[in-house]
Design a protein. Structure first.
Length: 282
């Protein structure tokens, strides 16, 4: 696995392969079904919004507009859908979705020293993950973004498929990353096997990947909201990180969080295009 691997988004309802073939449905099938269902849920909310606001003829029509806009502006479909759902509605008869405002420069990322000057969300998240692993001395880790009320995995490295499938979406508070998001602070789990933060399914998914300890760092917006999470995973049990490590990770989380908020703001052009396409379909 590499840090550039991401979770695909599928359109439509998923049917576990085992069910289609008449064989018993196993954990892998159930995880695939859950992940596809949750991935589609955010897109379905955007489809509902477009159907209601622009009185489109069908859900397929709404999805086609989202897909075309996603491809034209090189914005992930699930990101576009999430921004559309949470953005203020355009004024009646407005020519665009978002009010015109000057686009500022991308926030600086000095905490990514040694990682070059990444451009684009994927590159920034990959560099941030590499930097966090360097600070903590780990070789495994992942990045999640807050989407549709959940943590959705965006990048990972060193973690096997069972782990990444299990944690593609984190809905419940039975993981250290969810706890870090809820409490808006860094969380260290010194021994996954003995920590009562995890439910048994989460614990086993982590241990089978070769991780015995983990540390989660919130990515925080300028207003203090958690917009994502970086977690390092360690082969052995972990003592407390030093103040220097915690401070460096705190700095990283703040800078990457600010960058992510700025990046979401750059999707305004995509929303304007989506608005124009949808308006033309009326």
């Amino acid at each position: 696995m590499t840090a550039d691997q991401e979770t695909p988004v599928e359109h439509g309802e998923a049917v576990p392969d085992g069910a289609a073939e008449g064989r018993p449905v196993g954990l892998d099938d159930l995880l695939d079904e859950r992940n596809q269902r949750l991935a589609h849920a955010g897109i379905a909310r955007a489809e509902d919004l477009l159907l209601s606001r622009y009185r489109l003829s069908s859900r397929e029509d709404a999805f086609d507009l989202l897909r075309r806009t996603s491809q034209r502006f090189n914005v992930k479909l699930h990101t576009l859908a999430d921004v559309a759902v949470h953005a203020p509605a355009p004024a009646r008869n407005a020519p665009g979705w978002m009010p015109r405002r000057p686009r500022g420069a991308a926030p600086a990322l000095p905490a990514l020293r040694g990682e070059g000057q990444p451009v684009g969300q994927g590159a920034v998240l990959t560099a941030a993950l590499h930097r966090a692993l360097h600070i903590t001395g780990a070789e495994m880790g992942n990045v999640q973004l807050v989407e549709n009320g959940m943590l959705r995995m965006e990048k990972h490295t060193g973690l096997n498929k069972r782990f990444t499938d299990y944690f593609t979406f984190v809905e419940d508070s039975t993981t250290s990353c969810a706890r870090a998001a809820e409490e808006m602070r860094q969380v260290t789990v010194e021994d996954v096997a003995a920590c009562d933060t995890f439910d048994e399914g989460s614990r086993q998914a982590i241990l089978q990947a070769g991780s015995r300890a983990c540390h989660s760092v919130p990515l925080v917006s300028p207003k203090g909201a958690v917009v994502g999470m970086i977690s390092s995973h360690h082969e052995g049990t972990l003592g407390g990180l030093s103040d220097a490590q915690l401070n460096a990770l705190h700095e990283l989380g703040g800078q990457v969080g600010r960058w992510l908020v700025w990046h979401r703001g750059t999707v305004a052009g995509a929303l304007d295009h989506l608005h124009a396409l949808a308006t033309s379909r009326r």
